[in-house]
Ligand binder design. Structure first.
Ligand code: BG6
Length: 489
C-alpha cells in the first residue's frame, strides 16, 4: 500500500475516539498501515499536538480490541499524529491546512496521496468538499479520496442534491461511502460462503428457498441521540442503508474472484430488481412501530416518547419491518422479510434462509412433522453459521428431531472490527465493501413511498413493548410462517 496523509475532520468527536483511532492503531500493529504516515486531526478547538496525542492514547486504552498495548509501538504510532484547528466554513483555514499537510509530506517524504475522512455531521459534507477543492488540497500528484458516513440525505431528492455537490469536488471512484455493516467480517464472508460451498451455491435460488429473513434487533433505546434520531427513525437510520445492503449482499450471485466493479453491478441489479411499492399499498407490506415502557435485559425502561429530548407526541418509528420481492428469475416469488428495531428482546443481527420442502415425497411418513432446514448466519454480536437439519432421535423411538451443524468464529478480540476492514480497503483503493452512489440512490428510490405513506398517515404507528420482538403486525406480515428463532430466546 502506498504511504499517504490521513486528514481527519471531527478528530475530537465520538466516532474518531471509539472507532477510527483504534482501527488505525490495529492496522499499524498488523503492518497494514504503511509507514511513515501522517495523520492530521482537525477540530474547532485549539489543541496542542501533545494534548491531541494524549486524547488519541486515551481512546486506544478505552476502546482498542487488544487487551495489551505495547508502549514502544504506541509511542511510535502517536508520532504520526498532529493537530490543526479548523472551522469548516472558513476558507483560510483550509489554506493553513494545505500548508500543514505539505510540510508533513516534505518532512516524512510522503507522496501526495491524501485521504479526507469526514467524521462530522452530514450538513458539513458539502462545504468541506467544496473547500477541499477550492483550497488546492485536492490537487495532488498522487490520489485523493473522500470517506463519508451515512446519512447520505434524508430522502431521494436530498440524497441526489448532496451527491451532485460532492461530485463537483470528487469523482465517484474517489468517494468511499461507509456503511459499517459492510465492514462486519460475517457480512464480508457472505460471498465466500456462497461461492466456496457448492451445496449452498446450488440451493441459492427460488426453487429451494422458501423465504429469507434479515433481522437487526437492538436492546438499546435512543440513548443520547434524541435530536438526530427523532428526525430520522428506523427507516432512515437502519433500513435504507444497513438493511438493504444486507439484502444486496445476500441475494447477489457472483463467480469466484469477482472485481469490485462486478460486485457493485450485481448489488445494483438486486436493488434495481426490487418490486416497487405503491404508496397506497405500503401498509400491506410494511409495519412501523414505536416502543412503549417495558423490561429489557432485566431492567425497566421508559417508552420512546418519555425519553429525554423526544417530543411527547412523536410519531417517529423505532421499529420497521417489510416484505420485499426481487423480480429476478432466481428470486421470483421468494418473500424477503426484513426487520429492525430498538429496545427489542435481544441484540442480534442475523440472516435466516428457510429452505423449501421441494420434493413431494409420499414415502416420507414423517412429512409435515419436521421443521424446515434453516441456514442461520449470525453477524453480531456472535459470529456463527448454523445449519438446522432433521434427524432421527434414537431415544425417542426414532422420531424426527432438529440438530444443528454449527461453526462459531473465534474470540472477538482477535477479529478485525468493521472500521479496520473498511479503512484498510479505502487506503488501498478497494471499493468492494462501500456503498456506490447507484445503490444509495436506488435504495432511497425504493424507500421513498414508505416515507411518503408515513408522512401522509397511511402507515400508522403500532406500539410494541420494550423487550418484545416488535409489534404484532410484524409477525402478521409473514402470513403463515414465523420469524425464526424468536421463540427460542
Ligand atoms: C448505526 C445507527 O448506524 O448503527 C444506530 O445509527 C445503530 O442507531 C447502529 O444503533 C447499530 O450498529 P451495530 O453495529 O451495533 O449493529
Amino acid at each position: 500500500m502506498e504511504a499517504s496523509t490521513f486528514v481527519l475532520f471531527g478528530a475530537t468527536g465520538d466516532l474518531a475516539k471509539r472507532k477510527i483511532y483504534p482501527a488505525l492503531y490495529n492496522l499499524y500493529v498488523d503492518g497494514k498501515f504503511s509507514t511513515p504516515f501522517s495523520v492530521i486531526g482537525l477540530g474547532r478547538r485549539e489543541l496542542s499536538n501533545e494534548t491531541f496525542r494524549a486524547q488519541v492514547l486515551q481512546s486506544l486504552h478505552s476502546f482498542s480490541r487488544r487487551a495489551a498495548l505495547d508502549s514502544l509501538q504506541l509511542q511510535a504510532f502517536l508520532q504520526g499524529f498532529e493537530y490543526s484547528v479548523l472551522d469548516v466554513g472558513h476558507p483560510e483555514d483550509y489554506t493553513k491546512l494545505l500548508k500543514h499537510v505539505r510540510e508533513r509530506e516534505a518532512l516524512l517524504g510522503l507522496p501526495e496521496n491524501r485521504m479526507f475522512y469526514l467524521s462530522v455531521g452530514p450538513e458539513f459534507f458539502e462545504p468541506i468538499a467544496a473547500n477541499i477543492q477550492a483550497s488546492g488540497l485536492g490537487d495532488t500528484l498522487g490520489w485523493k479520496r473522500l470517506i463519508i458516513e451515512k446519512p447520505f440525505g434524508r430522502d431521494l431528492k436530498s440524497a441526489r442534491a448532496l451527491n451532485t455537490s460532492l461530485t463537483e469536488a470528487f469523482k465517484e471512484e474517489e468517494i468511499f461511502r461507509i456503511d459499517h455493516y459492510l465492514g462486519k467480517p460475517m457480512v464480508q464472508n457472505l460471498e465466500v460462503l456462497k461461492y466456496s460451498n457448492p451445496v449452498l451455491r446450488a440451493l441459492w435460488q427460488n426453487r429451494y428457498i422458501a423465504n429469507v429473513q434479515i433481522t437487526a434487533s437492538e436492546t438499546v433505546g435512543v440513548e443520547e441521540r434524541a435530536g438526530y434520531y427523532d428526525k430520522s427513525g428506523a427507516l432512515r437510520d437502519m433500513f435504507q442503508n444497513h438493511m438493504l445492503q444486507l439484502l444486496m449482499m445476500t441475494a447477489m450471485q457472483l463467480p469466484k474472484g469477482s472485481t469490485p466493479e462486478e460486485v457493485r453491478s450485481k448489488k445494483k441489479h438486486v436493488v434495481k430488481s426490487l418490486r416497487p411499492l405503491i404508496k397506497e399499498d405500503v401498509a400491506l407490506n410494511v409495519v412501523r412501530g414505536q416502543y412503549t415502557p417495558g423490561e429489557v435485559e432485566g431492567r425497566a425502561v421508559a417508552g420512546y416518547t418519555s425519553e429525554p429530548g423526544i417530543d411527547r407526541s412523536s410519531q417517529t418509528e423505532t421499529f420497521i419491518a417489510a416484505r420485499l420481492w426481487i423480480d429476478d428469475p432466481l428470486w421470483n416469488e421468494v418473500p424477503i422479510y426484513i426487520r429492525t428495531g430498538k429496545r427489542m428482546k435481544q441484540k442480534s443481527t442475523r440472516i435466516v434462509i428457510e429452505f423449501k420442502e421441494p420434493f413431494n415425497d409420499s414415502h416420507n411418513k414423517n412429512k409435515g412433522d419436521h421443521t424446515p432446514n434453516l441456514l442461520i448466519i449470525e453477524i453480531s454480536p456472535d459470529e456463527a453459521i448454523t445449519l438446522q437439519l432433521n434427524t432421527k432421535d434414537p431415544q425417542q423411538h426414532g422420531e424426527l428431531t432438529s440438530v444443528h451443524a454449527n461453526y462459531q468464529s473465534g474470540s472477538s478480540s482477535d477479529v478485525p472490527e468493521a472500521y479496520e476492514n473498511l479503512i484498510f480497503d479505502a487506503l488501498r483503493g478497494d471499493a468492494t465493501f462501500f456503498a456506490h452512489w447507484d445503490e444509495v440512490e436506488l435504495s432511497w428510490q425504493w424507500v421513498q413511498p414508505i416515507l411518503e405513506a408515513s408522512e401522509e398517515g397511511l402507515l400508522p404507528l403500532q406500539a410494541y413493548r420494550s423487550g418484545s420482538h416488535g409489534p404484532d403486525g410484524s409477525a402478521a406480515l409473514l402470513g403463515g410462517t414465523e420469524w425464526w428463532l424468536d421463540s427460542e430466546d
